[in-house]
Design a protein around this ligand. Structure first.
Ligand code: ATR
Length: 278
């Protein structure tokens, strides 16, 4: 019987996970389909229980449901520590929750930076994405600074990490960027339709900084354009993280190896065609 996978979130219409996973299923000749369902926070428990009853094989969970979804699954150890899930597997009968966002970002950074241990990393944001990313960096021995509009949230996140500090998005920022090796935007700032927004401009960045934006729509955000203007040599867009977190979910669900290049091509193709029709 055809296997059904889906992403649940609100909004979810613009998610590229269906394009990405369906391309993988096609490539591997799998009898499977990946759909998107808009689910509000209030309906989340019913949606997860309903998915199980309907025999849905696996779910991805996206904004604003990643933290609340923890209550309706047995969460794997790391996901529990992070405090958010983005993947549910139903194959054992019980919904098991995982977080593959951190694994995705870790893989991106490993391809970009020789050694994470000891690096000074400045992360913008203190939401679900920032939690997952900072958890892995902290575990690998990076020196993490969480910079968030609501400083209290930054402090809460930093207090859960081994070697992290917290700042606001104000005057302290300038000094911190100068001292940092890696800058990661884990907020939605710069995402379509607010494409002219960025939390920092070229004048604050230096050429040896690695700049990584988790926003993938547009592929080249204002932050990345500013990084280019500052002469930054290592610039990473959000597509790879989307693909790597999706690949990690695919492995959990199917126990098989995902066709990563096909998935990335599908996402980049969808992004460039939506740009011309938007
Ligand atoms: P996610 O799970 O996708 O990370 P989230 O939990 O809603 O989503 O977190 C969004 C993050 O983006 C937060 O850190 C938020 O800052 P606040 O904690 O102050 O709300 C940050 N963010 C969103 N819009 C922002 C803006 N316009 N300027 C600065 N930070 C912003």
């Amino acid at each position: 019987m055809k296997k059904i996978y889906a992403i649940i979130g609100d909004p979810v219409a613009h998610s590229l996970s269906p394009v990405m996973h369906n391309a993988a299923f096609d490539k591997l000749g799998m009898d499977a389909v990946y759909l998107a369902f808009r689910v509000s926070k209030g309906e989340l428990g019913d949606a997860i229980r309903g998915a199980k009853s309907l025999g849905i094989a696996g779910l991805n969970v996206t904004i604003p449901l990643k933290e609340k979804a923890l209550f309706f699954v047995d969460a794997e150890k790391v996901a529990k520590k992070i405090g958010a899930i983005n993947t549910i597997d139903f194959s054992s009968g019980t919904p098991i929750g995982y977080n593959t966002d951190g694994i995705g970002s870790q893989r991106v950074l490993k391809e970009t930076v020789d050694e994470i241990k000891g690096k000074k990393v400045l992360i913008f944001g203190a939401g679900g994405a920032a939690k997952a990313i900072s958890f892995y960096l902290d575990a690998e021995g990076a020196r993490v600074t969480i910079a968030n509009r609501t400083k209290k949230r930054a402090a809460q996140l930093a207090s859960k990490l081994r070697n992290a500090s917290a700042i606001g998005l104000d005057t302290e920022l300038k000094k911190h960027i100068k001292d940092s090796d890696i800058l990661i935007n884990a907020t939605s700032v710069g995402m379509h339709p607010h494409e002219d927004a960025t939390l920092v401009n070229a004048n604050l960045m230096h050429p040896d900084l690695v700049v990584f934006d988790i926003v993938y729509n547009p592929v080249e955000t204002k932050l990345l354009r500013e990084a280019k203007r500052a002469g930054v040599k290592k610039i990473v867009d959000g597509v790879k993280m989307l693909v790597y977190q999706g690949a990690a979910s695919f492995r959990i669900w199917t126990k098989g190896e995902p066709p990563i290049k096909v998935m990335e091509k599908a996402v980049r193709g969808a992004l460039s065609s939506s740009k011309s029709t938007d």
